[in-house]
Design a binder for this molecule. Structure first.
Ligand SMILES: *Cc1c(COP(=O)(O)O)cnc(C)c1O
Length: 358
């Protein structure tokens, strides 16, 4: 067990009253988890403090060279008031892989889990009650060591903050519109595509802004060499359904190995749907979209769970998928996943972990 020093706040913030208006990243809980690293002590001084701003030296590494990694985990409240985490050990493992790629000292997987559980324990009243809502936890590490040397920092801070978040589908299952980026790329073989790091996002914002300007919700990235094979969306893995087979890009170092992605592959199999992890040519996707053989398309992520894609635009062409509505397979996967996460269905894979003892 990680030893955590707890300093409780004296002034609790009011909690948002309307759970239909929580949004995403609008509210933060009363406390935060912190832990620091230096070469002499390693990771040390695990603590929970009232949520607060940091003071950092202007020449801290994170400000100049972007040495940073993060994760996203949700805590779900069940009808009988248990608090569940969904496959948090997968996030703990990925957090280490991301850190290793960014030359950041990895956090022990058990410390990652203990930090999350301790923060949930102290702020558990912030976990909303409505089906579809959750407490989103954002663990991250920043380089805090000072100096202008463009090398790995000499000090780091690991922080976990938590934000009650709304149901992605509060206004119904409205499919999103996706813009296929044909000029910029997110990553390439040898780069850090598999790491969940701020830098990947910073480099993608220009495309996201362009997509938004054109009226699209997300960007779909193509591979960095041929600009031809589908990789993933801005913050989601992407699946295509054709002839009742699911297709998705393989984890070969350029895409994020999503926890929901792997869960979808397992759940699809359970329902007799095979998934092929392979390179998918965007020209084939557009052709299948036009002739109607592309049955469904959806994104997967912890934040959105299953996001049906109703339209794809590539160059000057766009195709509408499943009449712009959510398809039966997307709906089924959403049902199974959310059922397990909110403790309403059997969890045959032991994916959920109780976050706090009652
Ligand atoms: C976080 C993330 C995902 C989704 O991963 P999950 O573990 O399913 O939440 C997909 N792509 C990118 C780029 C991401 O950052």
């Amino acid at each position: 067990m990680l030893k955590i020093k707890i300093t409780q706040t004296k002034s609790l913030k009011p909690k948002p009253k309307d759970e239909t208006q929580l949004g995403f990243g609008k509210y933060f809980t009363d406390h935060m988890f912190l832990m620091d690293w230096d070469a002499k002590r390693g990771w040390h001084d695990a603590r929970i403090e009232p949520y607060h701003s940091f003071q950092l030296d202007p020449c801290a590494g994170v400000f100049h060279y972007g040495q940073e990694v993060f994760e996203g985990v949700k805590a779900y409240r069940t009808k009988d008031d248990r608090i569940l985490l969904f496959r948090p050990w997968d996030n703990a493992e990925r957090f280490q892989k991301s850190a290793e790629r960014m030359c950041i000292p990895p956090v022990l997987q058990s410390d990652f889990i203990d930090g999350i559980k301790a923060l949930i324990q102290i702020d558990r009243d912030w976990i909303p009650h409505r089906f579809g809502t959750s407490l989103y936890l954002r663990p991250f590490i920043i380089a805090t060591g000072t100096g202008f040397g463009a090398k790995a920092s000499s000090a780091y801070r690991f922080v976990i903050i938590a934000s009650p978040s709304g149901c992605y589908y509060e206004n119904g299952l409205e499919p999103i519109k996706v813009y296929v980026e044909d000029k910029y790329i997110r990553t390439a073989p040898g780069l850090a595509g598999y790491a969940k790091c701020g830098g990947n996002y910073a480099a993608s914002m220009k495309s996201m802004a362009k997509a938004n300007q054109l009226g699209y919700d997300q960007v779909l990235w193509l591979d960095g060499i041929h600009h031809r094979y589908v990789e993933e969306a801005g913050s989601m893995n992407v699946f295509f359904l054709k002839d009742n087979v699911l297709y998705t890009a393989p984890c070969e170092g350029t895409i994020l190995d999503g926890v929901v992605r792997r869960s979808v592959i397992t759940l699809a199999k359970e329902q007799g749907i095979e998934t092929k992890e392979m390179h998918i040519d965007i020209d084939d996707v557009m052709k299948d979209g036009k002739d109607g053989s592309l049955q469904e398309c959806f994104g997967t992520s912890t934040a959105a769970l299953i996001a049906p894609i109703g339209e794809l635009r590539y160059h000057d062409e766009s195709v509408v998928i499943s009449q712009g509505r959510i398809g039966p397979v997307s709906q089924m996967l959403y049902g199974r996943l959310s059922g397990i996460q909110w403790g309403r269905e059997e969890d045959p894979y032991h994916w959920t972990v109780e976050a706090v003892k009652k």
